[in-house]
Design a protein around this ligand. Structure first.
Ligand code: ATP
Ligand code: MG
Length: 511
């Protein structure tokens, strides 16, 4: 199986796994969402039911206490309206008290208003014979108000009304709200509010602010508060549904992030892998190019040396020319081998530069001298402009010669013959700028960054027809950067290129 197919297979598998994971995650999230909402709802219901029971219990207890104390008063000698008035003063929860005997005589209130008549009639109408016998308590509604009905034993003694007595106690809503509801439901309840609604759905009491809150659920009270209900209000965003939604969104976002990371990982791996294989390809090109570059000068040297050795060249001028070729080709070989050796030292981190502050001209002249002959041979015009009074800079002379030689070599290699090559040295910001410009083939803008990468060559070497190992500019870059400088390129395809090395002024105190 080809490496490409293997990659597609692996990426496909990871992608499919991610998709399966995503859908499983989504499904279980939905299920969880449902269950969580139910549970939150259940919890809310428990809260409200408990609150309703607490209120109911408090009401029943207050009523029991009231009935018990009135019953005690009724058993005391001399019980009459005055005693009931005294009792009422002590029990503000009830705003009306009715007492009547079995024959229908109203013992209290003394003056009966039409309202009272209606209540008493309702009271008597609801009470069966059995209730008179058995005693006990029950709640009934009259005129929209709740009245507690109870049968209490009558008083004994002279002048006292004969028992048993029917007692009716009407609750005062104001006091109920203040003494019971506020006591039981009040206090900090968090962000939600409990609201008590009466039989007509009006809010009687609320334990907190209802601003931007919505009812979540409603639970009825028991028998003590017939038709009344308690409702749980929660601010928008706090209701079980909203809370679950928010959790779900957070989960989904986390999940999406996870998938994104997996995706980014895939892409990064793919890129890395592609880069690796490109470097592998470049490396094999490099080996082929270096071998070729070594072979060409070697075979030239050998050919000319053999010719000379066999004394086949009678002409002195020719002989000189052959010696020249041998010298030039060995120089080229040296440069190539230096390049490769330095490159390998740089790669293994063993390259050291020895910077010494000094003039730059001798270095430039040295390099130009070694190129003069080959340039002439190939019909190049060399234009040199070295500014006078260049400042001294800190350089490693050998390394700088190598960098310049690489630029000149490129200028020659990537020009058609008979071009013009310009070398300029000028002062710049206290340091020196060295320019090598040609009128050669130029470099496409998109490639101008990459040519400084190791092994990188514009186009395939075969199609270009110019051999090279692709490490020359990587070396140049490494060398100038070791000099705390930089290298730039300006170039237009078909018009030529200009490479500039900037070497900064030496730092004060540098040797
Ligand atoms: P070598 O390691 O032998 O120098 P090389 O010349 O191919 O090999 P570099 O000097 O690093 O490698 O140059 C990288 C590439 O940049 C070249 O292959 C060439 O495509 C492009 N290049 C460099 N200098 C020039 C130039 N003056 N004009 C046009 N293209 C250039
Ligand atoms: Mg080169």
């Amino acid at each position: 199986m080809s490496a490409r197919r293997l990659h597609v297979l692996i990426f496909g598998a990871v992608f499919a796994a991610a998709v399966v994971l995503a859908s499983l995650g989504y499904l279980s999230l939905r299920r969880w969402e449902h269950a969580a909402e139910l549970q939150l709802r259940e919890q809310a219901r428990d809260t409200v039911t408990m609150a309703a029971e607490k209120v109911e219990m408090a009401v029943v207890r207050a009523e029991q206490d009231g009935v018990a104390s009135l019953q005690a008063a009724a058993l005391a000698p001399g019980f009459g309206p005055a005693a009931v008035d005294a009792w009422r003063a002590a029990h503000p929860l009830f705003d009306a008290v009715y007492l009547c005997d079995r024959d229908g005589h109203v013992l209290y209130p003394v003056r009966v208003s039409p309202d009272d008549v209606q209540s008493i009639a309702a009271l008597r109408g609801e009470i069966s014979e059995g209730f008179w016998e058995r005693g006990g308590r029950r709640h009934l509604e009259a005129g929209g108000r709740v009245i507690l009905a109870a049968v209490i034993p009558g008083a004994s003694g002279p002048g006292a009304p004969p028992g048993p007595l029917l007692l009716g106690l009407r609750r005062d809503e104001q006091t109920l709200r203040r003494d019971v509801l506020a006591q039981v439901l009040g206090g900090p309840e968090g962000k939600s509010a409990l609201v008590v609604l009466d039989g007509r759905g009006r809010s009687v009491f609320s334990s907190g602010s209802l601003e931007s809150a919505a009812p979540v659920l409603t639970v009825p009270f028991g028998e003590a508060l017939p038709a009344w209900r308690v409702a749980l209000y929660q601010p928008a965003g706090l209701s079980p549904r909203d809370m679950v939604r928010r959790q779900t969104v957070i989960f989904m976002a986390a999940f999406a992030l996870l998938l994104g990371v997996i995706g980014a990982g895939l892409v990064a791996t793919y890129r890395l892998q592609r880069r690796e294989s490109e470097i592998a390809r470049l490396k094999s090109d490099f080996v082929a190019n270096v071998s070729h570059d070594l072979k060409t000068p070697l075979s030239l040297i050998r050919m000319f040396a053999e010719t000379l050795e066999m004394d086949r060249v009678p002409d002195e001028r020719r002989r000189r020319e052959y010696y020249g070729v041998i010298t030039r080709e060995s120089e080229r070989l040296t440069r190539l081998i230096d390049n490769v050796l330095d490159f390998s030292r740089i790669e293994s981190g063993r390259q050291r530069y020895d910077l010494t502050v000094g003039p730059i001209e001798p270095i430039v002249h040295d390099v130009l001298d070694s190129f003069r002959h080959p340039l002439e041979q190939r019909g190049f015009t060399l234009d040199v402009g070295i500014a006078p009074d260049l400042p001294d800079v800190a350089v490693d002379a050998e390394a700088m010669k190598q960098a310049l030689a690489n630029l000149l070599d490129n200028a020659m290699k990537y020009s058609a013959d008979r071009g013009k090559i310009t070398v300029v040295a000028r002062a710049e910001q206290g340091g020196v700028a060295l320019e090598v410009a040609d009128q050669g083939i130029g470099i496409p803008v998109a490639e101008q960054e990459r040519i400084f990468e190791k092994f990188y060559r514009v186009g395939r070497s075969e199609t270009q027809g110019r051999r090279g190992s692709g490490v020359g500019l990587a070396l140049v870059k490494h060398i100038v950067e070791a000099h705390h400088g930089r290298v730039t390129v300006e170039s237009r395809p078909g018009e030529g290129s200009r490479f500039t090395l900037y070497l900064p002024a030496p730092e004060p105190g540098a040797v």
